[in-house]
Design a protein around this ligand. Structure first.
Ligand SMILES: Cc1ncc(COP(=O)(O)O)c(C=O)c1O
Length: 386
């Protein structure tokens, strides 16, 4: 049950029943608090097993109101052991959370199922956001499902399937040169109203992504030692950290946390640069390009929060080259029959270095996130095949 809403930075309270964007006191992200007691009981007793096989099995910690949630069956994705690849890499307990099986073909479905449900329940009629691609498709789909209008601003070099799915679901699409940062600037000038559901400028996408953390807890019977996450805006990383805090608050886990390892593309790696320099916030990177379009985020809105969670978990932030992503796609497909999206491939590409540096050891339970379906990136697959 939703209990309260407050700023994640300055703690200023906000009305959880209102359509809220960012903190009215300091301008940073808001975060909702829930009473997870009922969920904790279900997890403890095992009765959770009888619940629906979607992220809404965790309804007590989601913004579910009286009306049924806006859902396409998102969440409850497989956690695949990667035994053969893992052995070669010296990580026999390597697993991949396969988020490409979500509706709309990416983990963005989780965030928008929650955000669109909350926005609808609070009276929004038109939802707007800039996107690197997958968020646009998910926003369009869930807005259509809820009978709401949607408008998105996209870089014109975002993958064609993203632009097509968004149009197919009836959203207004505005394309333009540049990155998601330029798309966000254009949206500000052109949107003319509508509720802004941009990454971490609205509180409930975070809670949708949080369900990935609960699923790991259920699927592993506890937490892994390390989580590799392809980091653009960082919502999933923050969501999982929030899930672990909620689990600790009801005594289901202790204070130990998985090491959060943020992986970015070398050409656009503001979080990595800030982490390495010991900074609390990142500086916007110049206009870099990567095949992992979901990671083409020059400066995350909640970079301060992402950096805080990485450090709190004794995690790392690492950058990989696009060529290494292509190599990881070939390697993983050959070893496991699993095709990776470029963002998922970035994680596999980061593994050898993390093993060499002793960050990941042979006994570690490691989870990497395949955040989208590889079929949303036909050009990348073609490039991997050469
Ligand atoms: C496939 C994929 N992976 C990762 C990301 C980054 O997600 P986040 O903003 O939660 O860091 C995105 C964002 O667009 C994405 O589309």
């Amino acid at each position: 049950m939703l209990v309260s809403l407050a700023c994640a930075s300055c703690d200023a309270p906000h009305d959880p029943a209102a359509l809220a964007t960012v903190c009215t006191a300091c301008g940073r992200s808001l975060s909702a608090a829930y009473d997870p007691t009922g969920l904790a009981e279900a997890l403890r007793s095992g009765s959770i097993a009888a619940r629906e096989r979607s992220m809404w099995r965790y309804r007590e910690v989601l913004p579910a109101g009286e009306a049924p949630p806006v859902t396409l069956g998102e969440g409850f994705t497989p956690l695949l052991p990667l035994d053969r690849l893992g052995r070669v890499l010296g990580l026999p307990r390597l697993t991949m959370k396969e988020e490409g099986t979500n509706p709309t073909g990416s983990f963005k479905a989780r965030g928008f199922a929650a955000a669109v449900t909350a926005a609808r329940d609070r009276g929004a009629r038109r939802l707007v956001a800039p996107s690197a691609g997958n968020a646009a498709g998910a926003l369009a789909a869930y807005a259509a499902r809820a009978g709401l209008d949607a408008a998105v601003w996209l870089p014109s070099d975002s993958p064609a399937p993203n632009r097509l799915e968004t149009r197919a679901c009836g959203a207004e699409v505005t394309e333009g040169e540049g990155t998601i940062a330029d798309a966000a600037r254009r949206m500000k000038e052109e949107a003319g109203g509508g509720f802004d559901v941009s990454t971490l400028k609205e509180p409930y996408r975070l809670d949708g992504k949080k369900t990935m953390g609960y699923e790991l807890f259920e699927q592993l019977g506890g937490l892994p030692d390390a989580i590799l996450y392809p980091t653009g805006g960082g919502t999933g990383l923050l969501g999982m950290a929030k899930a672990f805090d909620e689990l600790e608050s009801v005594g289901l886990i202790g204070a130990a946390r998985p090491r959060m390892i943020a992986v970015q593309a070398r050409a656009v790696a503001p979080i990595v640069a800030a982490f390495e320099a010991g900074l609390d916030e990142s500086e916007a990177t110049p206009d870099g390009r990567t095949i992992a379009t979901g990671l083409q985020v020059p400066k995350a809105f909640a970079d301060w929060w992402v950096l805080r969670e990485i450090r709190r978990s004794d995690g790392r932030a690492v950058a990989v080259d696009d060529d290494a992503m292509l190599d990881a796609i070939r390697r993983t497909a050959a070893a496991e029959g699993l095709l990776l999206c470029p963002e998922g491939a970035a994680l596999v590409a980061a593994l050898p270095r993390l093993v060499d540096e002793g960050v990941l050891t042979a006994d570690a339970r490691v989870v990497a996130f395949q955040t989208a379906s590889p079929f949303k990136y036909p050009d990348v697959l073609a490039a991997a095949l050469g």
